[in-house]
Design a binder for this molecule. Structure first.
Ligand code: NAP
Length: 246
């Protein structure tokens, strides 16, 4: 018996931006599968969402492990009889100047941030094509649009997501499956918490809206793109960055 609610799969759904996306989509009456590596953090998310009356489950998976990621998504499709919304959100940084960057730091970032989106979308798309309705939303970054010193690996992965988004959008458009990329600016999460105060102050100067973003700023755009109101939007890169990349 297929799930009556739209089913969404959100990678990196345990913390930061992904956590806010899980909450927003569950609040929009979706059944949400939150995926991440740490099972304990996910358990807390599921409990919090359930107490808010939302329908959320966890999948413990390392998205850099392509077969494991594909199996996780295929399992969700088999269990619920559908997968309507895929949010490729999980990402990592391994910053450093490129002259000194190790191959591993380049390869790990590409595998986690870019290849995973291809693997997940390939596993998810069949169900969407069958239903003639689907949403694939890739979380990019302003770094993929304007570049960032110390982040050649990360910027390349996020720029790669833009190409992936546009090509995939063209391939899936005839089936009413949309593919878009949301490019956050500087958002307050564990990822940015580690940056020294001096860097944070410098970044703040570059943000026309004069504040760092909140995970909910990104989640609101994702929830819009995931809904019926965004049916005519595909292949787009939407910066949610306080004006940083304009
Ligand atoms: P975060 O706070 O570091 O959270 C990352 C999430 O991804 C966690 O849930 C983490 O859970 C999961 N994750 C990381 N590696 C994973 C793996 N190999 N397999 C499965 N799950 C994994 O990051 P964030 O700031 O929310 O960033 C979310 C996305 O937004 C990323 O793609 C990031 O590049 C992008 N972004 C962020 C900012 C920003 O300013 N924060 C700006 C632009 C773009 P586990 O550790 O338990 O696996």
């Amino acid at each position: 018996m297929p799930n009556e609610k739209r089913v969404a799969y959100v990678t990196g759904g345990s913390r930061g931006i992904g956590r806010a996306i899980v909450h927003a989509l569950a609040g929009a009456n979706c059944h949400v599968v939150a995926a991440a590596r740490n099972a304990q953090t996910l358990e807390v998310v599921v409990a919090e969402e359930k107490s808010a009356g939302h329908s959320v489950e966890a999948q413990t998976v390392d998205i850099a492990n392509a077969p494991a990621l594909a199996a996780s998504i295929e399992g969700v499709v088999a269990q619920h009889g559908r997968l309507d919304i895929l949010v490729n959100n999980a990402g990592i940084t391994r910053d450093g100047l490129f002259l000194r960057m190790e191959d591993k730091d380049f390869d790990d970032v590409i595998a986690t941030n870019l290849k995973s989106a291809f693997v997940a979308a390939r596993a998810a798309a069949r169900s969407m094509i069958r239903a003639r309705w689907g949403r694939i939303i890739n979380i990019g970054s302003v770094s993929g649009i304007i570049g960032n010193a110390g982040q050649v690996n990360y910027s390349a992965s996020k720029a790669g997501l833009i190409g992936l988004t546009k090509s995939m959008a063209r391939e899936l458009s005839g089936k009413q499956v949309t593919v878009n990329c949301v490019a956050p600016g500087f958002i307050t999460t564990d990822m940015t918490e580690v940056l020294p105060p001096m860097i944070r102050e410098k970044v703040l100067e570059l943000i026309p809206l004069k504040r760092f973003g909140e995970p909910s700023d990104i989640a609101a755009m994702v929830a819009f793109l995931a809904g019926d109101a965004a049916a005519y939007v595909t292949g787009q890169v939407i910066a949610v960055d306080g004006g940083m990349s304009m």
